[in-house]
Write a protein of this length. Sequence first.
Lengths: 335, 190
Amino acid sequence: MSGSDKSRRPDTEVHDEALAALYRQAARDEPSPRHDAAILAAAAADLARPASARRAWWPRWRMGLSLAVTIVLSAGLVLLVEREQARTPAGEGPAASRTTPRPLGAESPPASAAPEAPPAPAAPPRQETDEGHAANSAAPGGLSQKRAAPRSPMEASKARSDVSAETPAPIAAPRSPDAAWEEDRAAAPEPPSPASKPSAAFPGESKPLGKAEGTPSAVSPYSITAPAGSAPPSALPGAADAPGTVRQRGAMEASPGAEAPQESRDNRAPTRGDAAPAVAAPRPPEVWLAEIRSLYQAGRDADARTALQAFRRAYPEQPIPEDLRALQTTERRMR
Amino acid sequence: MDAERSDEALMCAWQTGDGLAFEALYGRYRSRVFRYLARQCPAAVAEELSQECWLRVIRARSAYVVSARFSTWIFRIAHNLLLDHYRRADHAALAAFDDGDVLQAVLDGAPEAPFRQPEALAEQARLGQRLLAAIAGLPAPQREAFLLQQEGEMSIDDIAAATGVGRETAKSRLRYALARLRELLREDQP
């Protein structure tokens, strides 16, 4: 017995010396001599074997194997990348290759369902007048070719407005002011320069329809009126063929907070002479209020009131500045 | 000289090529490992398992590092070989290892009676045989704990390490084994 074994003492709590003694006396089994011989021979053989032979084969080949695997994987990766590059023509990004075969309207996520949506009934006058848009609708391939080229964000937003004008707009879906602003900002052209301001009630009204490559922009769903004589039919193509726009306008007029017909008439009268009447698309409250203020200060009270009503519908939570509250008061008095 | 060296020192000496160190180590453990196995399976199987156990020790010579007692290590090898044997041949014994708590619960009521040592040697021999039979009749986990204590001279912690169970489990197995053996021997008294 080794010294360490001798120093070990059995656990007294679970030790029965009498049982242990009896066991030692009774258990005297021994392995057979054959067993002993086999073990000792195996140990001697193990000692006699050279160290290199004792080692397994795989540690010797481990380094080489791992190196070979690394080389094969790297080569495979390089080949894969080269093949991928060869497949994609130079200068054509994945986005371009994706958009090229797509028809019109399959570009932006909101318009992704456009090809599946029922086509909007195109009004004949609009088809006649809005040649650019008609051409786009008739020959989506031509437009898609145009779209394959890199475009500016402005062009992209115009394209989005095309799509939204052609597909029925979701009317019932309530939009947050921010979302409405983002969408309509994309649909509406840039605010006009101060020089063009007098000709339009709001910047959003005066759409540069002619210069937008014949591409009509969607008229704001918040447009109140579009008098027949105030603008040529081609001036509001989106409003003419976008059922969503029409429906939304109707719904807005039917809403409890909508102005009375008389008020609409009142509001329409002064705007008739303007190039593009009606209230523009919603924009950030500050901008809109500034526009209303400028109208009010210019003495165009009716326009300012109309605009304020539209503003309140778009931003019911937004407080009205004090200097514009007089308009509100007048409005109430008129009711 | 070898008698003074610890098991681990002998193993390390054999690792460096000292053949005598292995012979000394083998001499210390050959019977104990064999009996540990022979008490738990048929003699022929025990011989085979014991041989395999020692062959594994030989094969592990170059990779051996002193991380535990040699006795714990070799009995751990023997324990695993035994479990492999149970898996192959004796599913009931293997289930006993997995369901030790149930067997312990059966033994819960076993009173601890003092063992009265027999006076006559003949009587002692008869009792010894009776003890071996009682050991054979123990539930496998308890039997193993008892054999590791007796053959491996192991503490409860060593038994727990060799069998891969917690200390309390090893302790309770050993306690129930002793209680059961005492009871069987007491019943055998005239």
